[in-house]
Ligand binder design. Structure first.
Ligand code: HEM
Length: 218
């Protein structure tokens, strides 16, 4: 293991490697989408297919979000700075799954009743949390381009720090949505706290600035 870590540190990732990693990310994500379509067409989504679709897409969004947040610690650990270039595509896939998850709920659960969606989100705290998380992922996805990064300047980084709130809200939404067997969502919650603990230094720098900015704005 020590040897493997050492050899990974001695390799310098080149643009070709990053392209290869991105290709694998596309292939794996599209395979999961194909699996979902196959299960839906062959009626293998369980007794309640709508719930099956909702759970598959929700879990896919959460897992992809976790993998996105794992990239920076891995890049630091293996001294592979170029690896952070794959975060964007992973983040976009997380939003893609979250979009499908919301569409399943709105189209198949609520029959496109948008006012019912608004009242459900207001009435059920687990949906309120899910909606806040969804909006954060949406904001990050639409501002993920280089053009937006240039246009927003310093504010871009501050906006993208909100991913830390999203990674905490997603497992809370999951935890709150289940009626029994909380083991898995509890493990996700612990996973989110571990991922956030890797960012201790960032929080120490960013949180005091965030609070001073908010208090001067009010
Ligand atoms: C407006 C936004 C959202 C709505 C309306 C929504 C709706 C729902 C609903 C109705 C369920 C319960 C499914 C069931 O019957 O078991 C659920 C579960 C879940 N949602 Fe969401 N959700 C939203 C956002 C999100 C986001 C942004 C994520 C992840 C990033 C997410 C991840 C999950 C997960 C992991 C579950 C549990 C799946 C399981 O039980 O295996 N949701 N959501």
């Amino acid at each position: 293991m020590q040897k493997l870590t050492f050899s990974l540190k001695s390799i310098r990732l080149k643009p070709g490697h990053i392209t290869a990693i991105k290709t694998v990310i596309h292939l794996v994500s599209l395979s999961f989408l194909a699996l979902l379509i196959f299960r839906a067409l062959s009626e293998q989504l369980g007794a309640d297919p709508v719930q099956g679709l909702s759970q598959f897409t929700g879990k896919a969004a959460l897992n992809t979000l976790f993998i996105t947040l794992l990239i920076s610690p891995i890049a630091k650990w293996w001294k592979q700075g170029a690896l952070v270039k794959v975060r964007r595509v992973l983040g976009l896939y997380s939003f893609f799954w979250a979009l499908l998850h919301l569409l399943v709920y709105v189209l198949l659960d609520l029959n496109l009743n948008w006012s019912l969606l608004a009242s459900e989100i207001a009435k059920r705290p687990y949906l309120t949390i899910g909606a806040i998380c969804w909006l954060i992922l949406f904001a990050l996805a639409i501002t993920s381009t280089q053009g937006m990064q240039r246009r927003l300047g310093k504010r871009w980084q501050q906006l993208h720090y909100w991913v830390y709130l999203a990674v905490l809200l997603a497992p809370i939404h999951y935890y709150w949505s289940v009626k029994s067997n909380i083991t898995e969502p509890a493990l996700y919650l612990i996973g989110a706290l571990i991922l956030l603990s890797f960012r201790r230094k960032t929080f120490r720098r960013w949180l005091p600035r965030f609070f001073t900015q908010t208090s001067t704005e009010t």
